[in-house]
Design a protein around this ligand. Structure first.
Ligand SMILES: C[S@@+](CC[C@H](N)C(=O)[O-])C[C@H]1O[C@@H](n2cnc3c(N)ncnc32)[C@H](O)[C@@H]1O
Length: 254
């Protein structure tokens, strides 16, 4: 029996209720421009976007003329990706699959894992996932991973956050466990402001637990010896990496 991680349930059930409040298509367009420049790709290069969520990067990559395969295990998000592709007049190859089962081999010029989409599993499974991206690439292909910078986050994680989602408010309770380097969050839908008890005021809609990695840990997990070059950035715009950068971006050429 494969292990079921807390984040699996969270991403299957809770995340689609508010994903679009966190992930903007405007950011995706500029991020994709930067990635495509780094990869120096010409259409019709093949690109893997895993997990692709509701397809915001996949659609922008397809607009640039690339042949994009998106993988995600959430059908709700994939339906949104299909709709976004139709509206943009582009084609995407979308697969509803657990990314831990991806079996691609030497097919892609570019592979991306974006917006904090690592750390959902055990360290060993995260390492195996990185292997799958390496295997999916052609020689010379580029892998871009973008996630939270653990060393910045541990000094800045607020105990509570609120976010407006179309018509309602999301409340997030954050905790960081320094012994495991895992960020635990409880996600609530706020209800009536006049409620007398905490239970009446909010409804728990999901709990997540995500392993956060420092730059040196993730770089080592990539096994740098098998890539021809690995670079670090502090954002999907080429910002230099630093302790204070909110993002950690790894770019690795096979
Ligand atoms: C934080 S979102 C990022 C999505 C996308 N990269 C973006 O930037 O919009 C994480 C995504 O991972 C997907 N996901 C989580 N665990 C997965 C798994 N084991 N296999 C495939 N997709 C998974 C979720 O369904 C969700 O769409």
């Amino acid at each position: 029996m494969p292990l079921v991680f807390q984040s699996e349930r969270f991403f299957r059930e809770a995340w689609p209720q508010f994903s679009q409040a966190f992930e903007s298509s405007m950011d995706a367009a500029s991020e994709v421009q930067w990635i495509a420049g780094l990869a120096a790709l010409e259409p019709p290069a093949r690109v893997l976007d895993a997990p692709c969520g509701f397809g915001r990067h996949s659609v922008e990559l397809a607009r640039l003329g690339f042949a994009v395969t998106g993988v995600d295990f959430n059908e709700t998000e994939l339906d949104r990706a299909r709709k976004a592709a139709r509206e943009a007049g582009v084609e995407l190859a979308l697969a509803c699959e657990d990314m831990r089962d991806m079996e691609f081999s030497g097919e892609f010029d570019l592979a991306v894992n974006l917006f904090s989409s690592i750390g959902f599993f055990s360290d060993d499974e995260d390492r195996l996932l990185l292997d799958r991206f390496w295997r999916a690439l052609k020689p010379g292909g580029l892998f871009v991973l973008d996630t939270r910078n653990r060393d910045q986050l541990v000094r800045s994680l607020p105990p509570e956050e609120r976010k407006r989602v179309s018509g309602w408010t999301l409340r997030i309770e954050n905790a960081f466990d320094p012994a495991t380097s895992r960020w635990r969050a409880r996600w609530f839908r706020l209800k009536r402001a006049t409620a007398k008890t905490k239970e009446q005021a909010q409804e728990l809609i999901g709990e997540s637990e995500i392993r956060l990695y420092s730059a040196h840990e993730l770089s080592a997990m990539l096994r740098p010896e098998r890539w021809s070059r690995v670079e670090l950035y502090g954002g999907l715009d080429g910002t230099p990496f630093s302790l204070d950068a909110p993002r950690l971006v790894l770019a690795a050429w096979k």
